[in-house]
Design a protein around this ligand. Structure first.
Ligand code: IPE
Ligand code: IPE
Ligand code: MG
Length: 247
């Protein structure tokens, strides 16, 4: 199946809403956290698969602003898992030339999680292969609100004129400022919603929803999503005839 992928049409940025860990565990009669533990293998597959295919950015929605309202024991187990898995993955990231980045309110993470995250970001910062962007304590509205705050501050300080607030200026005040918009968004678990992810950046992203629960996600599911994406005609408001190559 991987062979049928058009190498010239690989999305340079794929974003994933990794959903369904809890239901995966419940189906097995286990605790929700068992699902989160088993999500790590899927994360590895998504990273390896993206690197092999030549994707440049992979953004993973790992924890949303809204997820802070889950039961305290689930939140703390998730944070512990985050610390352990980041620390564990650094050698592999170094070996595979992978750079780690983060978006979201990472200041709100527990001290140790923030520390491990910053360490891994620092250690991998010179890597030039795939960039893995972890969305942690992230939400699209939070990000836009922050961007507005910083822009208004600059206007007040007369560093910026209102007329100069272009879409590019807005984008440059988001957490994703140096990252291109995703061409493809994948959400697992059958939910068909955005859940406050990358609201600005998804304006023209192709959306792909699959019933697969995140802990079951493997490279072949990534390939399936890319194949589906490659069949689509991205019109950006134009007519189909306008974007067909002329002979
Ligand atoms: C996604 O799986 C992981 C996080 C949101 C942290 P869920 O924990 O949302 O799993 P479901 O949706 O309850 O099955
Ligand atoms: C979205 O999943 C957030 C992450 C995958 C981290 P949720 O499971 O929190 O989303 P909702 O609440 O069902 O929309
Ligand atoms: Mg969920």
């Amino acid at each position: 199946m991987k062979e049928s992928i058009d190498k010239d049409k690989i999305p340079q940025h794929i974003a994933i809403i990794m959903d369904g860990n809890g239901r995966w565990a419940q189906k097995k009669g286990a605790m929700r956290i068992f699902g989160h533990k088993n999500a790590i293998a899927a994360v590895r597959e998504a990273i390896e698969g993206s690197a092999e295919l030549g994707v440049k950015y992979l953004t993973l929605y790992a924890f949303s602003t809204e997820n802070w309202s889950r039961p305290e024991d689930e939140v703390s187990a998730l944070m512990e898992l985050l610390v352990d898995s980041i620390a564990q993955e650094v050698p592999t990231m170094m070996k595979n030339n992978i750079r780690l980045l983060a978006i979201g309110d990472t200041e709100s993470l527990p001290r140790r999680a923030k520390q491990k995250l910053d360490e891994a970001i620092g250690l991998t910062s010179k890597n030039t292969g795939l960039s893995v962007v972890l969305a942690l304590s992230y939400s699209g509205r939070w990000e836009i609100q922050n961007a507005i705050h910083s822009i208004v501050k600059k206007v007040e300080a007369k560093q910026l004129q209102i007329e100069d607030i272009t879409q590019e200026v807005i984008a440059s005040h988001l957490n994703t400022k140096d990252i291109p918009d995703p061409e493809l968004l994948i959400r697992t678990s059958g939910e068909i919603r955005i859940s406050n992810f990358l609201l600005w950046q998804l304006a023209y992203t192709e959306l792909y929803f699959t019933e697969v629960l995140w802990p079951d996600f493997r490279k072949e599911h990534l390939v399936e999503a890319i194949l589906d994406y490659q069949k689509r005609e991205r019109r950006f408001g134009k007519t189909g005839a306008q974007i067909k190559p002329k002979f």
